[in-house]
Ligand binder design. Structure first.
Ligand SMILES: *Cc1c(COP(=O)(O)O)cnc(C)c1O
Ligand SMILES: [Zn+2]
Length: 401
């Protein structure tokens, strides 16, 4: 097991705290795949969740593992939406069902466990909200100090409540997420904290288990396509890595087309894809109602674009209006309440079906990344006000109407 630069190939030991290569390239974790003996039956009888796949995770010492029983999220067949959108087979993998309500928990169980292995006491991150909520919870369980940097005024209420309540040191930055990340990376460089943003490749090791679970939940019959909301672009890269690893060790026979969806006001990856570029042009002022993907300079852009190109996938953007409409559709047709960023996968699917990019015969999995209760303000604004009644007479009048 090694960390390896995706640009120049330089290798680093897994207990070296480096984050990125000396050439500036992103690192990825690679295993000695030939020595991993896993077949489909190997998993029978094991507990579900991220650590079910321990052979393909970087922490082996069970005493170091910090877990809140993350992962094992439901994969819903969505028959009502199939009809509504006109597609043969649609599933939603609902990551809102994780312990703190987003897929970030998969990354944090690995990241904080690794912090234990490294023996660090202070962890930190920049966050649009969910990363901070998750890191705050896992560092509480691991007895570590947690510092989170948030863009002032742009964090959904539920996420802020979580970070504060789990006891993190919460710092609001005058500026956006990209600025907060730049600042916390400096703190990490100067060894004030161990950085747990998705530039840290160990985070992605946990998140790749989304791909593992989809394969298992669909009885090893990999879907044609996986649609993922994209912000800092770690998750789409991680899920792709998961599928590739299962393929490499012979557990699955096909790979899905990775399809990334961004918000119109923050779509540097979509633009790079449409130019056919491997590099993005960052946004200075990203803007969208989907605060979890309000990111102008995604650190994992290179990995995400590689996932999209090499899987023969696609990237598309959706408007805030389309996001909010899809959020409602998912709640009202399928009973799944997600936060706005999560609904971008559904909005993107709808748009790409209409554009003819996605075939109506495909088997598609949309990832919904975070729980609807994370952002109650946006949800309430999108609904009509409750009906107020004073007494039984008034109530009956309304019900009879
Ligand atoms: C973090 C997050 C995203 C973006 O994921 P990236 O890995 O940064 O692309 C999308 N939706 C939700 C709810 C998130 O918390
Ligand atoms: Zn390098």
């Amino acid at each position: 097991m090694k960390q390896r630069c995706i640009e120049c190939g330089k290798e680093y030991n897994v207990n070296e705290v480096v984050y990125t290569c000396e050439c500036g390239g992103l690192l990825e974790i690679i295993y000695d795949y030939d020595s991993i003996e896993l077949d489909r039956d190997s998993f029978k009888g094991r507990e579900f969740g991220v650590w079910r796949y321990i052979e393909l995770l970087p922490v082996k010492d069970k005493d170091k593992i910090v877990s809140l029983k993350e992962g094992n999220t439901p994969l819903y067949r969505c028959k009502n939406l199939e009809k509504e959108l006109g597609i043969k087979e649609l599933y939603v993998k609902n990551e809102g069902a994780n312990p703190t309500g987003s897929f970030k928990d998969r990354g944090m169980t690995v990241g904080v466990s690794l912090a234990n292995v490294l023996g660090v006491d202070v962890v930190g991150c920049a966050s649009t909200g969910n990363t901070s909520a998750s890191l705050a919870a896992y560092s509480a369980k691991a007895n570590k100090k947690c510092i989170v940097l948030l863009p002032e005024g742009k964090v959904a209420l539920g996420k802020l409540a979580q970070a504060m309540f789990y006891g993190a040191m919460v710092i609001e930055i005058a500026g956006n997420f990209d600025k907060a990340l730049e600042m916390v990376r400096k703190l990490a460089e100067n060894k004030y904290l161990y950085l747990l943003n998705s530039v840290n490749p160990f985070r992605l090791e946990g998140q790749k288990t989304i791909g593992f679970e989809i394969a298992e939940q669909l009885n090893w019959d990999v879907p044609d396509r996986v649609v993922v909301p994209v912000g800092n672009a770690g998750n789409i890269s991680a899920i792709w890595k998961g599928f590739k690893e299962f393929y490499k060790i012979g557990l699955i026979d096909n790979l899905p087309k990775m399809t990334g969806i961004q918000a119109e006001g923050a779509k540097p990856i979509v633009e790079a894809f449409k130019r056919g570029d491997k590099d993005i042009k960052p946004y200075d002022n990203p803007e969208t109602v989907a605060t979890a993907i309000r990111i102008g300079n995604p650190v994992n852009a290179k990995k995400a674009l590689d996932a999209i190109y090499s899987s023969n996938g696609y990237a598309e953007s959706v408007s805030d209006e389309e996001i909010l409409e899809a959020q409602k559709l998912l709640a009202r047709r399928e009973g799944i309440f997600v936060e706005p960023a999560s609904a971008s996968s559904i909005a993107g699917l709808k748009k790409l079906l209409e554009e003819g990019v996605i075939d109506r015969d495909e088997r598609v999995v949309c990832i919904t990344t975070g729980h609807g209760l994370k952002d109650p303000d946006t949800a309430i604004k999108a609904c009509e006000k409750p009906i107020k009644v004073k007494d039984m007479d008034e109530l009956l009048k309304i019900i009879k109407n």
